[in-house]
Design a protein around this ligand. Structure first.
Ligand SMILES: Cc1cc2nc3c(=O)[nH]c(=O)nc-3n(C[C@H](O)[C@H](O)[C@H](O)COP(=O)(O)OP(=O)(O)OC[C@H]3O[C@@H](n4cnc5c(N)ncnc54)[C@H](O)[C@@H]3O)c2cc1C
Length: 383
């Protein structure tokens, strides 16, 4: 295949890469080559039917689409309809199930009380530990919700998820976590929320359906990059440190491992996601994807669950960037290099080394197309 025939090359077929390819083909009328090293399109949003149960699951962890961004919502609905799924999370502490994030039901259940919303503040005063100027995540947590709730729902979970001592995390992180004095148990409050009716992978099939787009799966960019035209406009959504051959060092990541079990019951846990914060339980969550599609008729004799384990990434499956001074320093060095490259756009969760929700990834792709790629058209047409 002659790779020099393409003026636009996109690395990665996740949301960043696929939205960019769709925009370039449909808005500029240009041919685009999409290179994907996995054997499937869709990046970490990939979904498929489980072979034993027929239940649609998300291979890289449960994905709930939610947004209040009208531009993103109008864009993505051209490629899918959404069902009416609303995300609610539960937490299993010592074999008792609590609503999460902490709300009035959680507090009443935990302390065997019947508080009203207007009584919560006075009660919290009795369980908080008085700490002047909390210096870290743990101190902030126990000064806001007390030691018992902190240890039940946050301490073990944080240690398992990040493998760090919560005392080494900034206090500000705790303030970003929701706490509700009422019974509202929705996880998200966005204007729109749901799961794509035909699953996530169908979105990517439609995004990449234009005949001007060629997709090469099982193809690693680093193995073919020498065959591309030197002036190719490159949209790269892989890890930024790898793009520069790790010249300043490696960014570190957390990864996840999922353990699948088919259970001979119609329903196993009664909810799509349950957290397991206790330190003696080795996994962090159990996903049961049958609840993501209440509109579908699934078989009644079996269900499928996935236990989620968090571990350090060895370099092959990066999931979550790790906030540390060293990673921040390296990222800045790589970003400075990237800014000096004409016609190269490095972005997405791996390229920006940043956790993006799906709507944020789409917004970023639309922005890069409008502000970075579109203004290049005269140059490219002249070539
Ligand atoms: C566990 C988990 C749960 C999540 N849940 C939600 C949720 O509920 N709601 C929500 O809105 N968002 C969620 N997200 C975020 C969502 O997954 C991201 O916003 C989205 O996947 C980012 O898309 P992307 O294209 O930047 O990256 P990716 O989807 O990772 O795509 C990058 C692609 O580039 C490919 N690639 C990398 N290097 C190369 C190379 N050298 N050559 C060729 N191809 C390469 C990769 O194989 C991958 O397919 C979740 C993320 C995780 C990790």
């Amino acid at each position: 295949m002659d790779l020099t025939a393409y003026s636009y090359v996109v690395v990665g077929s996740g949301l960043m890469g696929s939205v960019m390819a769709e925009r370039i083909a449909s808005q500029l009328g240009e041919r685009v080559l999409v290179i994907e090293k996995r054997d499937h399109i869709g990046g970490n949003c990939y979904s498929a039917e489980d072979e034993t149960t027929g239940i649609e699951y998300h291979r890289y962890g449960t994905h709930i689409f939610h947004t209040s961004d009208e531009k993103v919502w109008n864009y993505i609905r051209k490629f899918t309809a959404f069902n009416h799924y609303q995300h609610r999370v539960l937490s299993n502490h010592k074999d008792k199930i609590y609503q999460f994030p902490i709300n009035l039901e959680t507090i009443n259940h935990f302390y065997a009380l019947t508080l009203k919303p207007y009584e919560v503040e006075a009660f919290m005063e009795t369980i908080r530990t008085d700490i002047k100027n909390p210096q870290n995540f743990e101190e902030q947590a126990i000064s806001q919700i007390g030691k018992d709730l902190y240890e039940a729902f946050f301490k073990g979970y944080t240690i398992k998820q990040w493998q760090v001592d919560p005392k080494s995390l900034p206090a500000a992180i705790f303030n970003r976590l929701p706490f509700r004095k009422n019974y509202v148990d929705n996880y998200f409050f966005d204007r729109w929320q749901g799961i794509p009716q035909d699953g996530y992978t169908a979105i990517f099939q439609r995004l990449l359906a234009d005949h001007k787009i060629t997709v090469l799966t099982n193809t690693d960019y680093f193995e073919i990059r020498d065959q591309l035209k030197p002036d190719t406009c490159l949209i790269y959504s892989g890890p930024i440190d790898q793009f520069f051959d790790y010249k300043y060092g490696k960014l570190s990541w957390r990864t996840l491992r999922f353990e699948k079990e088919v259970i001979d019951k119609e329903e196993y846990q009664g909810n799509s996601v349950i957290n397991y914060p206790d330190p003696e339980v080795p996994f962090t969550r159990i996903h049961e994807p049958r609840y993501l599609h209440p509109e579908r008729e699934y078989r009644k004799d079996k269900t499928v669950i996935f236990k989620e384990y968090s571990l350090p990434d060895k370099g092959d499956n990066p999931y979550y960037p790790i906030a540390s001074t060293e990673n921040h320093r390296l990222l800045n060095l790589y970003k400075e290099e990237a800014a000096r490259l004409p016609n190269v756009f490095i972005s997405g969760r791996l390229g920006d080394y940043k956790y993006y929700d799906m709507h944020q990834t789409i917004a970023r792709a639309l922005e890069i197309f409008e502000t970075g790629i579109r203004p290049l058209i005269p140059t490219h047409h002249a070539v």
